[in-house]
Design a protein around this ligand. Structure first.
Ligand code: NAP
Length: 334
């Protein structure tokens, strides 16, 4: 089968190759992959910021396709069905455990830049009917994480959610938060992107370049109360301001490290406001399935910025790693 391999931790180490077609073992399903989308994680692997199991490897965690064959003992799925294989195939549901997060597609298992993947049937989620393959491929990491973010705090109508940037996680979080009736404050580096976020329902917009003290702006916009939920996608550069922008009893859902992972923080706001700082590592197949059901119920359409051909995978990676050029997700179709 045709595949793209990453041969080293380098953004210029992609090669097109032919690999043996995988076979669906007992309990597995062979998926004919049709699309993939990039996450910051894929770039982190290709730049050596996140360890892969070894090289060469078939990269890209997230994908979608259709069932080409069923392994022995698989029931409940049919050939031709459109499916999303989850990034964390071991994690069916329930709490995080070391085993649940030990196997990762596109990290230590073959990823989505190949024609076929053999995956456990229990790691599949049906692709929502109103989505195409590219849109479905956007779900595993970004939608699951954003869904877990909005469920991490009691989002009663009128609750305030603060989102940082306009990448894959933030835009899904915007769509889910609006579906929950929350008020969304979104900060971005670009007025054009802020306008696009407004069209998706964001209530208050802050350009964090023009307003570096965006945390104070969040407090102003909320009459001093702050945000009930902050989805912390940025990391070192923003965590201190995120803690300042959070409301008393608020939740800071901590997922991102686009600006690094090490930052000094003042513990006083955490203590005085009794903040909940909640770490997250994507989520389970059950979480992805729930996110997909919410997407179907609310007719949410994932925002795809650009679609690259599989032979232009390096260009897709370059676009994501440039940082701040895309809005939503970058996709690769094949
Ligand atoms: N732990 C988990 O469960 C989990 C799951 C998914 C993702 N993540 C992590 O979460 C982060 C976001 O993921 P993603 O896929 O959404 O990334 P992405 O698509 O690359 O988006 C990152 C966005 O961050 C914004 N940004 C960059 N620097 C900023 C700053 N100083 N202040 C505010 N915003 C800034 C930019 O938005 P603008 O261009 O609008 O300024 C940029 O588009 C990544 O670190 C990723 O690894 C973690």
């Amino acid at each position: 089968m045709k595949a793209i391999e990453l041969t080293a931790a380098s953004l210029s180490a992609f090669r097109r190759t032919e690999l043996p077609e995988p076979k669906a073992a007992r309990g597995e399903v062979l998926v004919r992959l049709r699309a993939a989308t990039l996450n910051f994680l894929d770039v982190a692997i290709a730049t050596g910021q996140f360890p892969a199991a070894g090289f060469p490897m078939v990269p890209v965690a997230d994908g979608a396709g259709e069932i080409a064959a069923l392994g022995e003992g698989v029931s409940g799925w049919t050939i031709g069905e459109r499916v999303i294989p989850h990034f964390m195939p071991n994690w069916q549901g329930g709490a995080i455990t070391p085993r649940n997060v030990a196997a990762l597609r596109g990290v230590n298992l073959p990823g989505s830049l190949a024609e076929y993947a053999a995956v456990p049937a229990t790691s599949l989620v049906a692709l929502p009917a109103h989505l195409d393959f590219v849109q479905g491929a956007a779900l595993p990491i970004a939608a699951t994480t954003a869904w877990n973010a909005v469920r991490s705090a009691p989002l009663r109508p009128g609750a305030v959610v603060l989102l940082l940037g306009t990448g894959g996680v933030s835009i899904f979080a915007l769509q889910f938060a609006k579906a929950h009736g929350a008020t969304v404050i979104l900060a971005s580096s670009s007025d054009d992107k802020l306008e696009r976020a407004r069209q998706l329902g964001a209530d208050h917009l802050i350009n964090y370049r023009a307003t570096p003290a965006w945390d104070e702006e969040v407090l102003k916009l909320t009459d001093g109360r702050g945000a009930d939920l902050v989805v912390e996608t940025v990391g070192a550069a923003s965590i201190a301001r995120s803690l300042n922008a959070a409301a008393v009893g608020g939740t800071v859902f901590t997922v991102g490290f686009v600006t690094g992972t090490a930052a000094p923080i003042d513990l006083l706001p955490v203590i005085v406001k009794a903040l909940r700082i909640v770490g997250n590592n994507t989520g389970s197949v059950a979480d992805l399935a729930e996110a997909a059901r919410a997407i179907a119920a609310h007719r949410i359409v994932p925002v795809i910025d650009r679609i690259f051909d599989i032979d232009d995978a390096a260009a897709a990676y370059a676009e994501l790693s440039a940082g701040g050029r895309h809005f939503g997700k970058l996709a690769i179709a094949h």
